[in-house]
Design a protein around this ligand. Structure first.
Ligand SMILES: NC(=O)c1ccc[n+]([C@@H]2O[C@H](COP(=O)([O-])OP(=O)(O)OC[C@H]3O[C@@H](n4cnc5c(N)ncnc54)[C@H](OP(=O)(O)O)[C@@H]3O)[C@@H](O)[C@H]2O)c1
Length: 292
């Protein structure tokens, strides 16, 4: 019997990548999981996979940037399993790599809607239940940029800095409620976010080193997911406000040494499966009216 037996967890973006890894790990630890994303097919597939491993799983199609969807999601968990104990705000969008001023405003908007509005809606929905029952674990998934600005991935990086600030402030405001509010940085994870990359034409050269970085430091989702299980467990009772990092200087060193050995021994690099697609920069002609 796992640490989370009898608990119920919602994972946004729980249908693939890191989110699915988290759903699977929480399920293996005994929790019933509710996964959510925008595609019915991937929701069904994720639910089936968890069930095929003997877990209890349900799913729902949602857009995290829609408050009613988030409320329906919480309601779904409670009506199916009678309780809600863990909520992971994992759904995220990274957008194309390139200069801030050449990013299509629609891409900027999508990042803000998913990584900021989505986390706000998810947090407020979960906290409403958690505060009433004086228990629960809210886990917000950070990413590159939470510590310092990220040129060429400005919108994504800034959204993660916002997320850390938001999570810490929320933890502070609710510190006497019995609820745990946590920020979690998974480090680089081998998912579509890393393997299907869009780059704005002209910035391609900056990504030359990217496959090497992925080879050195990206890890399968199962590794950071273990930390989420720990965060969701009784081990973090009374520790609200924690920032947990699954990426350490040791991971960096280990990855760099492995890559160094590969180069020194002339071993071919494993195929990384990374697709980098160049897209046009966003341009808009402002029609400036001349004054009469
Ligand atoms: N991969 C990394 O190296 C890495 C590193 C640090 C942090 N992270 C963070 O980890 C989280 C997961 O990333 P990932 O790499 O697993 O990404 P991913 O492979 O692109 O998966 C993202 C998940 O979120 C869902 N999603 C996206 N937008 C959504 C929306 N508006 N509403 C509902 N669901 C939505 C996606 O499903 P649909 O598209 O079907 O909706 C998918 O299930 C993100 O917050 C990311 O910033 C990732």
């Amino acid at each position: 019997m796992g640490d989370l037996y009898g608990k119920v967890a919602v994972i946004t973006g729980g249908t693939r990548g890191l989110g699915f890894g988290i759903a699977r790990a929480l399920s293996r630890a005994g929790a019933a999981v509710v996964v959510a994303s925008r595609s019915q097919n991937s929701v069904d597939e994720a639910v089936q996979l968890v069930r095929s491993e003997g877990g209890q799983a349900s799913g729902m199609v949602v857009d995290v940037a829609n408050l009613e969807d988030m409320e329906r999601l919480a309601h779904c968990a409670i009506s199916k399993y009678d309780r809600l104990d863990i909520w992971v705000n994992n759904a995220g969008s990274s957008g194309p790599y390139g200069p801030t001023l050449e990013l299509d405003p629609q891409d900027f908007n999508l990042i803000v809607r998913t990584n900021i509005i989505g986390v706000y809606y998810g947090s407020r929905t979960a906290m409403e239940y958690f505060i009433k029952q004086q228990s629960g674990k809210l886990i917000n998934v950070l990413g590159r940029g939470y510590e310092r600005p990220v040129p060429w991935q400005n919108a994504y990086g800034a959204s993660k800095a916002w997320m850390l600030s938001f999570t810490k402030a929320l933890a502070n405001e609710t510190k006497d409620s019995g609820v745990g509010v946590f920020a979690f940085n998974p480090g680089m994870v081998l998912t579509e976010m890393l393997t299907d990359v869009k780059v704005i034409e002209g910035a391609e050269e900056r990504l030359t080193i990217f496959p090497t970085i992925v080879r050195m430091w990206a890890r399968p989702a199962e590794i950071p997911a273990k930390k989420v299980v720990w965060l969701a467990s009784a081990a973090t009772d009374g520790k609200t406000g924690l920032l947990v990092n699954s990426f350490s200087p040791w991971v960096m060193l280990g990855g760099a040494l492995k890559e160094g050995c590969r180069v020194l021994t002339n071993k071919p690099a494993k195929s990384d499966g990374i697709k980098i697609e160049a897209i046009s920069p966003y341009k808009r002609d402002f029609a400036v009216k001349e004054s009469d």
